[in-house]
Every structure is written in C-alpha cells, then in structure tokens.
Design a protein around this ligand. Sequence first.
Ligand code: GKR
Ligand code: MG
Length: 452
Amino acid sequence: MDIEQKGTPVVTQMQVIPVAGYDSMLMTLSGAHAPWFTRNLVILKDSAGHTGIGEIHGGDYTCEALKSCIPLVLGQPIGKYRTILNSIHKAASRAKEDDGEGIQTLDISKLKFVVKAEWAIECALLDLLGKHLGLPMCELLGEGKQRDEVETLGYLFYVSEKEKACKDLDYLDERGSSDPWFKLRRQEMLTPERIVEQAQVLHEKYGFGNFKLKGGVFTGEEEMEAIRALKKSFPKGRINIDPNGAWTLEEAIKICKPMEGILTYIEDPCGPESGYSGREVMAEFKNAVNLPVATNMIATDWRQFYHSAALKSVDIVLADPHFWGFGGSVRMAQILNDWGMTWGSHSNNHFDITLAAFAHTAAAAPGNPTALDSHWIWQDGQNLLEDTPVIKGGYLQVPQKPGLGVSLNMKRVMEANDLYNSLPCHDRDDTMAMQYLIPGWKYDCKSPALVR
Ligand code: GKR
Ligand code: MG
C-alpha cells in the first residue's frame, strides 16, 4: 500500500517582540513593583499560513535567549515540536552567574534562571499544532482536556500610594474610571479593611470566592489580621497567604498555628535558614502545623521536586509553565494527582496571552487543582488579544477554538513594544520604587518590605 507522507507545516518565520505594560505599586517581600512590567512575545508563522503565539517573562536575558533559538526553530515541521525543544535544551548552557539557588529566597535577580525562554516557543508551537489539527491546545497536553473552565483565585496585594512615593513615578492613575475595580486598583490599600474592600470589588467583577494575599510586607501577625478579616467576609472562601518565605521557622509556626481552620493553606511560609535548604525547613514546618503547604519557590525543577517530595515538604506544587514548560507542568499535575497531592500554577505579571496559555494548561491538569493564581487582574484592560479569555463566576473560560484559541491585536502589541523601548531598564527591579518609600531600602529575605 502506498502511504502518502504528508507531514506537518513548517515554521517559516519567528519573531521575538519585547513588550511592556503598566502596573500598580504592588508590595511584596522583594520591594514595590515599578510602574511597568516587561514580557517577551514569540510569534511564529507556518507554511499553512497559521500564526502561533507565546508569552514569557521580560528582560534582556530572556529576550536574547529567545533570539538565539531562531535558527533551531526556522524550517522545522511543527509536528516535531518536542525535537525542536530538545535541540534547544541541548544547545543551552547554564549562565555563569546562575549559582543554582533558584528562587528559594525570592531573589528576583535569579528569577531569569528559573524561567526558561523556550517555553514561549513551546506555547507558540502548540498553538500552531492545535490549529493544524483543529484542536484546542489543552487536547494536546497530558491526558487531554479535563474541564471547560478553570477555577481562579483573586490575587490580593497591599498597594502603596505613588503620590507618597514620588510624583514623578509614572504609575497609571485610574481614579476616573467608571469600573469600580479599575478605579480602586492603583490606590493605596495597606490595611485589613482596604484588603477586604479589594476582595469585595474583585468578587463583584470576576466572581472570585477564593483569595491569596501576597504577604511579606508587614509583620506576620499584622498580615494575619487581614486574613481573619477576609475569612469573616468570605466564610466559605479558601484563603491563602504567601509571604515568600519571609518568616523564620520559629516565627512561621507561631504565626500560623492559630490560623489552622482559618487559612485553607499556606504558601512558602519559611525558607532556607541556618544552613538548611527551604525544602528541609518547610518539611519541619509541615510537621509542626496542621495546614497544607504550597510552593513556587522550593520546587521549581524536577531535581528540587524530588527532594521536596522525598522530604514531604509540600502538598501543593504551583508548577508555573514558564518554569516547567507546558508539557512539564501538566506532567507534574499528573504525578501529583497520582500521588494524592495537588497541582496549581504560580504567576508573575503577565498579559492575556499567558492568561490563555494558563487556561489550557489548567484545563489539562487532571484531578482537583487548586484555584489558579494570576496577576492578570492588575493588567486587565491592557489586552494584546482581540479575544481575551474571560473570568466569570470565579472561573477562567478556556478558549474553544483550535490552538491557543485567541488572536493577537498587532496594533496593541506594537504599542506595548514602543512602551518597552522607552523604558530606562528592561529587568524587574522592585528596589527602585521601594527606595522612594524608604530611602536606602535594601532587600532582605527575612525582613518584610515595610518592616525596617
Ligand atoms: O510578582 O510580586 C510578584 C510576586 O510576589 C511574585 O514575585 C511571586 O513570585 O507571585 C509570586 C509568588 O506567588 O510567589
Ligand atoms: Mg508564591
């Protein structure tokens, strides 16, 4: 029998476009978010005339890494996307400055080593392959599509007031907006009352019933006041706090023990100390406190995960596809589900392309994932897509069309590229804005940002 070899379309063009968007003065252990954040986009075209897109963290390091992949992607058949990614992995070498510590102390300068640029290429290739096959991306991952909508949490932040920091910092002012969330999100919110107001406005707009508060800003005791107030307002809500390892083991136990039954779980309460890695210290925390523990800091690759699992340091792994890859994140979801553990995804600031990609990844995660974590609500409105996925009733709707199921608005993309090109710096720097609030402020992984 003569079987015709048709093959899949080949990649004919790869563009890397760095972009920027606006942000609020969000507070975290690492300082204060600058008025802008950066991302890198990958746009692929194939010989069938389709476009595939991917988005990943910003900064020159990641941008250069993506550009260096172009010769390995051009001319390749999209059906061999695994081979393409493998050739990228084989060509990659570890940066000289990468000491392998990862982000277990939330040193933001090391995030670029945990993020792998090629996952933006994986996303764009899966987008193309899905279009070729007429299937949504989630059907190409793991065991295929598990759900049509993905539970998402309201990601709450303490926000400082730019006016108090420096009038010259170019944060957006949305006080004139008719949308209650847009109106609120750039204003100062530093008290438990304001955090509850934030949650209520988010609940009204997106229907969130579950919340995560970014901690590491005030003392743990003060932050737990906000958690208690949230639980009072949302008694059925699952409430989590993430201080990014700001507390010592002793502090974490003291702060969290009284919160059993109030917090649903706790994310990275402590980290490395006294010569022990975050994986060892979190295991000791788990032995002392009856709360499930989540991480996006101590298990960011398979080797770290091996040690975390062996030590039983965590219950919930927030497997961000930008760290693990899309296939890798779903592989993690499969393993966790088989082992009776829980999958979720971590995020940093991102545009709506990542929102669509997260939707497909979570749609393919088997079992009962924890509500998805996304910063996107802080960027809602600055969309780069014609058809941004919608969050309603607390659930992110998974695009139904083939591939990622969304299409780029190139005018918006080029505006975001213009903003990027106008910036003084392309890397995330939470110290810059922080030093306007507290002159001379320096990052210390064991001192909450506003406790100095
Ligand atoms: O973007 O400010 C932020 C977050 O605090 C981020 O740096 C964390 O990586 O969201 C993240 C987390 O869950 O740890
Ligand atoms: Mg976290």
